[in-house]
Design a protein around this ligand. Structure first.
Ligand code: NAD
Length: 286
């Protein structure tokens, strides 16, 4: 299987910027695409900061860092990336936005390009309906945050995804230095199907006064060898994101056990979204 040489990454937020950096560091030419110029500027600043840090820590030479950043083009028009031989979509977690992007992709990229989505909860099978006769090339490529550090890529096979597309996705993940693990297209896949109910339960434990947040986190870290407690992890992910994923599980799987805990819902209503808003379960200084 030929190695990928170039990749278009759609979305320059937390995940998209990490994916583009990882690809460029692995030697691929990358297009970082976003509708927002501001997000592109932020992504570039993040790339420079991370590469400089790698040079300082002697993980790479200055020449390697300069070559990596030179491999990334920052663009707002998908057409500028049409030469890419891979596409990974990492735009906002919204089905309408994603379907529109996939409809556009078909008209821009060549006929053998794989269309991967980094969605954490939307059905791959449903996203694939946006590209009709090309749906066998649509696959879930679920990276983890922070992308340059986390080794896992959950590769999700939609109902229409071909075996060849899955194999090519596993090969790309390996080329990026990741370990690919396959899963089927059910709400939350494996990662969020298991993680989010645990986080939700931690909110119940807090709400019911079983323990204070610090103690819930400490128990899970020391007792279960988790590197971070569930409530601090929820703050890192974003409480709104956790809430939305629980709603997807609840809606898709139809079981009351997936309904978001009232405590989680209340914090989201109050705008306490975690690290990104300065306060969630815990407080954060900028
Ligand atoms: P984010 O909000 O940080 O970034 C989303 C970006 O998409 C924004 O920069 C936005 O301007 C851009 N965008 C919106 N519409 C667009 C369009 N039409 N074309 C191009 N760009 C567009 O979100 P994120 O946290 O990076 O998440 C991106 C995807 O990755 C989502 O599907 C999310 O579920 C998934 N994901 C997130 C995490 C996480 O920890 N944040 C982990 C795994 C997967």
């Amino acid at each position: 299987m030929a190695e990928a040489r170039s990749i278009a990454v759609i979305g320059a937020g937390t995940m998209g910027s990490g994916i583009a950096l990882t690809a460029a560091t692995a030697g691929l030419q990358a297009w970082q695409i976003d509708v927002s110029d501001e997000q592109l500027v932020r992504a570039r600043a993040y790339h420079e900061k991370m590469l400089n840090r790698n040079v300082d820590k002697q993980r790479m030479t200055r020449e390697e860092a300069d070559a990596a950043i030179a491999r990334i083009s920052y663009v707002t028009d998908m057409n500028d990336a049409k030469a890419a031989d891979w596409v990974v979509e990492a735009a906002s977690e919204n089905i309408a936005i994603k379907k529109k992007i996939f409809q556009q992709m078909v008209n821009v990229f060549s006929n053998d390009v794989v269309f991967a989505t980094n969605t954490s909860s939307i059905s791959i099978t449903e996203i694939a309906t946006a590209v009709a006769s090309h749906s066998e090339r649509v696959v879930g490529m679920h990276f983890f945050n922070p992308v340059p550090v986390m080794k896992l890529v959950e590769v999700i096979r939609g109902l229409q995804t071909s075996g060849e597309t899955v194999q090519r996705t596993i090969a790309l993940a390996q080329q990026l230095g990741k370990t690919a693990v396959p899963a089927n297209d059910r709400a939350g896949f494996v990662s969020n199907r298991v993680l989010m109910p645990m986080i939700n339960e931690a909110f119940y434990a807090w709400m019911e006064g079983v323990a204070e947040p610090e103690h819930i986190d400490e128990i899970m870290m020391l007792g279960m060898a988790h590197p971070m407690g569930p409530l601090r992890l929820a703050d890192l992910i974003g409480l709104d994101v956790c809430h939305d994923i629980m709603m997807v599980l609840y809606t898709e799987l139809g079981d009351q056990k997936y309904f978001p805990c009232p405590m989680l819902r209340q914090l989201v209503t109050a705008g306490r979204l975690g690290n990104k808003s300065g306060r969630g379960v815990y407080e954060y200084t900028p």
